[in-house]
Design a protein around this ligand. Structure first.
Ligand SMILES: Cc1cc2nc3c(=O)[nH]c(=O)nc-3n(C[C@H](O)[C@H](O)[C@H](O)COP(=O)(O)O)c2cc1C
Length: 245
């Protein structure tokens, strides 16, 4: 699928095959690719069309390298905690060929190599009123546009929250004003490996009609859809009393 000419990939196929890409080749990301994916990012919707986004692009100059190093250090720290907390080395994680071990290997290498990702983009949110749970709605759609456009250009990336662990340092280093929120850190590069069908839980577990817990008969996945569990081991994926299938 990922070897097909990109021009043949339709919108829905692009959406359903854009994976989190955490391993990159050393090939630089061109100015043209960056312009194209940031153009797509900035076509996202926002409240009152305020377009309250800015994008800090970190590539290979000394300041950017330092910013990427800060993010990489956070990634290593967070992954160490998560590896222990979510039991990545327990159970099937003890078998080198298990999906859990493979995921742990990818995450370890991702954290260790984040500082050398070809590009890291920091989507920044220009806060114009008191923080609210809804403000993400005017910044995160552009992040997904960005990832989809990267996929369309043969690139890949992943949404991360590593900026939260070094936000003050990034503000100081990059000269970002106080009223700007750094909303994410998105590494982008040419994938080592490939995109492919994303796996989620079945649609019937997510959709209710008319009443909470009432799954409509039409909420079915396309034939052949493969599924995966939600969240890390031990995570509560459903509310008490929600239907299980
Ligand atoms: C809000 C948010 C935060 C995320 N934070 C991280 C992160 O800090 N580190 C990371 O490696 N991936 C992070 N991800 C990526 C998710 O792990 C990934 O999107 C999810 O596992 C689905 O991957 P898939 O599309 O390849 O199936 C984040 C995704 C979102 C939407």
């Amino acid at each position: 699928m990922s070897s097909r000419p990109l021009s043949e990939i339709g919108l829905i196929e692009g959406i359903t095959t854009t994976r989190a890409i955490r391993r990159y080749t050393d090939e630089p990301v061109s100015d043209q690719d960056l312009a194209a994916i940031l153009f797509a990012a900035t076509r996202a919707p926002s409240g009152s069309n305020r377009q309250p986004w800015r994008f800090m692009v970190l590539r290979d100059d000394p300041t950017s390298r330092e910013a990427k190093r800060l993010l990489g250090d956070v990634a290593v720290r967070i992954w160490e905690l998560k590896r222990r907390r979510d039991g990545y080395d327990q159970g099937s994680g003890r078998r080198a060929d298990s999906p859990k071990s493979r995921m742990a290997g990818v995450m370890q290498s991702f954290a260790e190599h984040l500082a050398s990702a070809p590009v890291v983009i920091l989507p920044c949110y220009l806060r114009y009123r008191e923080p609210s749970h809804f403000e993400g709605a005017s910044i995160f759609p552009c992040c997904q546009n960005l990832l989809l456009a990267a996929r369309a250009r043969g690139l890949g990336g992943v949404m991360t929250g590593f900026q939260a662990g070094c936000e003050a340092e990034l503000h100081a280093l990059l000269g970002i004003p106080d009223e700007i929120v750094i909303s994410a850190a998105i590494p982008i590069g040419h994938p080592r490996g490939s995109h492919g069908p994303v796996r989620r839980r079945p649609l019937e577990e997510f959709v209710y009609e008319s009443h909470w817990g009432q799954t409509p008969a039409w909420a079915v996945d396309p034939p052949g859809t493969r599924h995966t569990s939600a969240g890390p081991p031990g995570h509560r994926a459903r509310l008490e009393g929600e239907p299980t299938r």
